[in-house]
Design a protein around this ligand. Sequence first.
Ligand SMILES: [Zn+2]
Length: 118
Amino acid sequence: MMVGKYLKRCPICGGAIRHTKTAYVIGRVVVEPELEADACVKCGEEFYTAEQVARAQEKATKLGLWAPRLEEERELKQIGGSLMISIPRPIVKALGLSPHEKVRILLTDKGLSIVKKK
Ligand SMILES: [Zn+2]
């Protein structure tokens, strides 16, 4: 959770706050091994300031953690009640997709994913 500086009480459970060092992790990569943070003694929630998060995110961008490997813009087309997108050729090639192949469409907290079936 991101907060302003120097909390006295946990905004979630009201527990005491202790200053600590913690690892800031995105996915499975440790971006900052020792990020200073406030942590709740009771529920364990960690609190970072905007500057700390900005610094960690800048580092993550430099590490290429957030850069999409391929990105293209597409317009949605309507087919009945569904919407359809075409998959751009570079992505078709990168995934080795072929017509009539079945893929899985997943909605996750990171957005929409299309996964090739094995
Ligand atoms: Zn708490």
